[in-house]
Design a binder for this molecule. Structure first.
Ligand SMILES: Cc1cc2nc3c(=O)[nH]c(=O)nc-3n(C[C@H](O)[C@H](O)[C@H](O)COP(=O)(O)OP(=O)(O)OC[C@H]3O[C@@H](n4cnc5c(N)ncnc54)[C@H](O)[C@@H]3O)c2cc1C
Length: 521
């Protein structure tokens, strides 16, 4: 024990220069860099030989607060990263192949969600309106291709909640510039090869291929799918989840617009296919499209023709035959531990499952925030912080699995992939239990009880009712809820009025971006 345990944690080494590495390094430097600048340092090591994954184009609203914490200008970010505004996800043909339908999971909570569960009220009149339209104006705003705010609205403020779509490669470069120049993070280009451990088993230093050593007190593993420190050095296994979420392949492509002024979609569009789904993301200068599927049900050639058929059908006027498709493999799963000794994994090195709700960057942000807010002052308390971090991340991963699975178990599609996906044995017990409860009462705060919950119970409502989930007979309104009906009726009326006002007052996504990005910076 003694001096080593009392040793202050001052030299942070982040390994990896993808989104995870730059976000984590930036948040740490922004929060702690000024405290005792002479002693505290953040170094980011990045291999010149290993490219970043370069996909990951959809974010949550949490990214607004991350950009603010980093001290970034939103307009500069929009301009430099080819970025656009995202208001949620639009799911197409998920519930039933034979009866094409769509629903939206918007970012805005249902109105008055803190105290009023509008789902109780909606269930009694569900044949007249989609759930999302009933409880919030956002679905209609997004489906009309409108922006989340007006040209004069201040940076990061909004009329309806939003996150972003962006070019992942440009985003990493943008962060790198800002985090090194404005926040003082040291950027080292070098290929890590070997760990030097101290006598307790902590990482003391990293050895690079050119012989340089990088010493540190805390090492953050952002090495992507290779998971060089947590996975390879510490041997922490990946907990596979492919029995639950089948998808383990992606094919990504960048598709130009037919015309530079083409509308920019306000949501990520996720269209179900025979063995998976296709994401479609509108940036300022192009679309980012990708097919996520399982190699147990379709080979690469079949996947390519599925994706090409989608691109051809949705891109009139664009020459699509020569577009290059990029295959990506992943093993769905997460580490059994995320923080081991003086090393913590953030990003793909910690785990990855299909990007259906774009939860990966949100989890990067959460992880980086926890590390920043609870940065142990000495080695002595690091194990306590690590234990809490591991518990929290396990909880988050379980909720990601449950929430993503919800999109599949309710589907009535008839193809073998979908039938298998909806089988009881592929579904977590906790979700089966919740579904039984939701037969009798709609999701509410008890279903997502923690303050730092990734998915509020509103998200469960949007997916459940968007997918056409039917409660059991008599399972909707209870006496206490009937008493709330007058208030609910008033809120719904106000929503309708607000929807009309927003429709008239908001520019299109493209108009707002053109106005903002065109401003002199
Ligand atoms: C198909 C697909 C779609 C996705 N879509 C979304 C989405 O819509 N929304 C979302 O939130 N997320 C999405 N993600 C996840 C998202 O891409 C990642 O979470 C995010 O990019 C973070 O990646 P990373 O920084 O962990 O890893 P990477 O970008 O892979 O970075 C790894 C870094 O480690 C460095 N490195 C590797 N080896 C060494 C070494 N030996 N020495 C030094 N450095 C080394 C590399 O140089 C690189 O800089 C998607 C992922 C995939 C696969």
């Amino acid at each position: 024990m003694g001096s080593k345990m009392e040793h202050a944690i001052q030299r942070i080494v982040v390994v990896g220069g993808g989104s995870a590495g730059w976000i984590t390094a930036g948040l740490l430097a922004a929060e702690h860099g000024h405290e005792s600048a002479a002693d505290f340092s953040v170094t980011l090591l990045e291999s010149p030989n290993v490219p970043i994954i370069g996909v990951g184009e959809g974010t949550w609203p949490s990214m607004r607060s991350t950009l603010q914490k980093l001290g970034l200008s939103e307009i500069e970010f929009l301009r430099e990263c080819d970025a656009s505004f995202k208001q949620g996800t639009e799911f197409v043909n998920w519930s039933n192949h034979d009866a094409p339908a769509r629903y939206i999971h918007p970012f805005s909570l249902p109105s008055e969600f803190a105290s009023l569960n509008l789902a109780n009220y909606w269930l009694d009149q569900r044949q007249h309106s989609d759930f999302a339209d009933f409880v919030s104006p956002q679905a209609q705003v997004a489906l009309s291709g409108l922006a989340p705010k007006q040209c004069q609205t201040p940076e990061f403020a909004f009329n309806v909640n939003y996150g972003y779509h962006f070019d992942a490669g440009k985003f990493a470069q943008f962060l790198q510039r800002h985090v090194t120049q404005a926040l003082g993070v040291e950027h080292v280009l070098g290929h890590f090869e070997q760990v030097i451990s101290d006598e307790q088993g902590d990482i003391a230093a990293l050895v690079l291929s050119d012989g340089r050593h990088i010493e540190g007190d805390l090492f953050i593993d952002c090495t992507g799918q290779r998971s060089l420190l947590i996975g390879q050095h510490f041997g922490t296994p990946l907990e596979p989840v492919d029995a639950l979420l089948f998808n383990n392949r992606a094919l990504a492509v960048q598709v130009p617009y037919a015309d530079a002024q083409a509308p920019i979609a306000s949501t990520t569009r996720a269209t179900a296919q025979q063995v998976g789904w296709i994401w479609d993301i509108g940036l300022q200068s192009r679309r980012g499209i990708g097919y996520v599927y399982s190699d147990q049900y379709q080979d690469l050639q079949g996947a390519e023709s599925t994706l090409r058929a989608y691109i051809a059908a949705t891109s009139p006027g664009v020459e699509t035959a020569s577009l290059a498709l990029r295959p990506i493999e992943f093993q769905p799963g997460f580490r059994q531990q995320f923080w081991v000794r003086n090393c913590v994994a953030v990003g793909l090195s910690a785990g990855f499952v299909e990007p259906l709700e774009a939860s990966a960057l949100a989890l990067v942000e959460q992880s980086a925030n926890i590390i920043t807010d609870h940065l142990p002052r000495t080695r002595q308390v690091m194990d306590i912080v690590a234990k809490r971090f591991n518990e929290k991340m396990h909880y988050h991963w379980q909720s990601i699995l449950e929430f993503l699975k919800l999109h599949y178990v309710l589907s009535k599609r008839s193809e073998p992939y979908w039938q298998d996906n909806a089988r009881r044995e592929s579904c977590p017990d906790a979700l089966v239990e919740k579904l039984r409860l939701w037969q009798q009462q709609p999701p509410w705060h008890e279903d997502a009880p923690r303050i730092d919950e990734l998915f509020p119970s509103a998200s469960y409502q949007y997916v459940l009712y968007g997918m056409g989930f039917e409660p059991a007979q008599g399972g909707s309104a209870r006496a206490s809820h009937i008493r709330e009906q007058a208030k609910a009726a008033q809120v719904v009326r106000m929503n309708r009025e607000r929807t009309e006002k927003l429709r008239q007052g908001l520019p299109s996504n493209r108009e707002l971006l053109t106005a903002l990005v065109g401003q002199s910076g």
